[in-house]
Write a protein that binds this ligand. Sequence first.
Ligand code: ZN
Length: 197
Amino acid sequence: MYKVLAKDRCDYPSSLVPFPYKLVWEVKVPSFVKFFMWSLVWNRILTVDQLAAKGIIVPNSCVMCANTPEDTHHLFLSCPVSLQVWRALIGHINRFNHSLNHDSIKEVLLNWADLNNRGLAVMVWNLLPYAVCWTLWGARNDIIFEGASVNVCKMVLRVKGLLWDWVEMSSRGAEAKRMHSFGDLVTGWATLMVDSW
Ligand SMILES: [Zn+2]
């Protein structure tokens, strides 16, 4: 993902990574997503537990699964609904079965391994955790503020749509995209995103 990460695939203890600047600000995603991810890696997004810490008391139940108090880790890494979204995107690659087994999104990003592939697949893969987090946050807010319902298929499609758009933010990505169509992500995901060449 980054040169600094490529040097060592061992898990990075979060205490050794106090300032994950490159994980956010040098990634080719829209600025508003960078601000969101920056807040997320520092556990500063306004999940219900954070609101409570500020003295704003609202019922604390995850709106995705309606079964567990909402905090950052639950919403993005352990909610059964969120896990369905992750699994739909990475579940077909055995090597990544444990890629969510971390205490925080920051550690997930730090340990997000490269895909053994080339071209569009690699670029999409590197942006995937950002698109998933942004989509889960958007879906959560749509449920709370718009009365939307939980729809895993819609979230997965949303992730793929974001990836298709974002990958064009680098010239290499735009070039790689010319060889593909959005349908390659929608219906050919498991064929495109293979961990070998
Ligand atoms: Zn939940």
